[in-house]
Design a protein around this ligand. Structure first.
Ligand SMILES: [Zn+2]
Length: 310
């Protein structure tokens, strides 16, 4: 008897540098040796994978920075950056040996490195050197007929997908579109918001990526005006510093009114900020290498540390 159940396509494994951890064996290796951090099991994904929360305790009474990676599986630079920050906090250098003096151990850090592990497990390790079209095969996924799924804001039915997109957990829930704090449905967002609520970070930076130059986004649903003013101030400071250092950056930070990122404010009081780093595809302006992509992410973290240290 032939098995007629839908066959899920496996991700191609693209060779990536050591400083770009994108697989669970590497995540486990780095986290299991990070004795300078506390690692908590904060929940379990729809697909049964462990969700980890990492905390680093700085000077007593110091501000707290939150970092969230891997909301979308096809954006591996987020988890990679979180693990590089953990390296800086333990050893003074990131995984390729670069020092980031602004990422100081005076601050407290609350880190969810891979918040949607189901999606990370299905996705390639990198899109560097590929084309924008290659991302489109993965982001929203591909139907059994081999046609790109139309993303929208809805959940999707995993049984209908040849590639279940990087936007979704294994139950097909569109995790980053959960915007009702009274009706959180996915185990990932529920665990993440509880974790952030327990630690009350001052700012939460959520990592994303797109086929375009670096861009900050201001999530504004449920975020009051005075918090939006602080959000704008922080984005302006990062953009001004990027301009001064001649890092290509979108000069304005558009708002988004329909993403779960804003819920950090609702659940923890934090100022929510979203960073879209380049994916490194070849048809989106100058090519970005793994090193340059990681450095833009670390640069944004550095700027926020500097702002929090005042
Ligand atoms: Zn994203």
């Amino acid at each position: 008897m032939l098995d007629r159940r839908p066959q899920r396509r496996l991700p191609p494994r693209i060779a990536t540098p050591e400083f770009w951890p994108a697989t669970f064996d590497r995540f486990d290796e780095i986290l299991s040796t990070a004795s300078h951090c506390q690692i908590e099991h904060i929940g379990t994904s729809a697909g049964g994978r462990a969700l980890h929360g990492v905390t680093y305790r700085g000077r007593s009474g110091a501000p707290t920075l939150g970092l969230v990676g891997g909301m979308h599986g096809h954006e591996p630079q987020g988890p990679a950056t979180c693990l590089n920050v953990i390296s800086v906090l333990g050893y003074g250098r990131d995984l390729k040996g670069t020092a980031w003096p602004e990422i100081v151990d005076d601050l407290n850090y609350v880190i969810a490195p891979v918040v949607n592990p189901d999606a990370r497990a299905r996705m390639p390790n990198s899109f560097v050197g590929l084309a924008r079209q290659d991302i489109l095969h993965y982001d929203a996924g591909m139907t059994l007929e081999g046609v790109r799924h139309e993303p929208g804001n809805e959940d999707c039915d995993p049984a209908q997908m040849m590639i279940l997109g990087g936007l979704f957990n294994d139950a097909g829930q569109h995790v980053n579109r959960e915007t009702d704090p009274d009706n959180i449905r996915s185990p990932e967002i529920a665990a993440l918001m509880e974790f952030m609520g327990d630690h009350e970070p001052d700012v939460v930076l959520e990592f994303h990526a797109h086929g375009a130059p670096p861009m900050l986004i201001r999530p504004t649903n449920l975020v009051p005006d005075e918090v939006q003013a602080r959000q704008q101030e922080l984005c302006d400071a990062i953009i001004a510093k990027a301009t001064a250092e001649e890092i290509e950056f979108r000069p304005t930070a558009p708002e988004s009114t329909h993403i779960s990122t804003s819920l950090y404010h609702h659940f923890s009081g934090a100022v929510p900020i979203l960073y879209e780093s380049p994916q490194g595809v070849l048809d989106a302006g100058p090519a970005w290498s793994h090193e340059e992509i990681l450095d833009t992410c670390m640069f944004v973290v550095s700027c926020l540390c500097e702002e929090l240290m005042g």
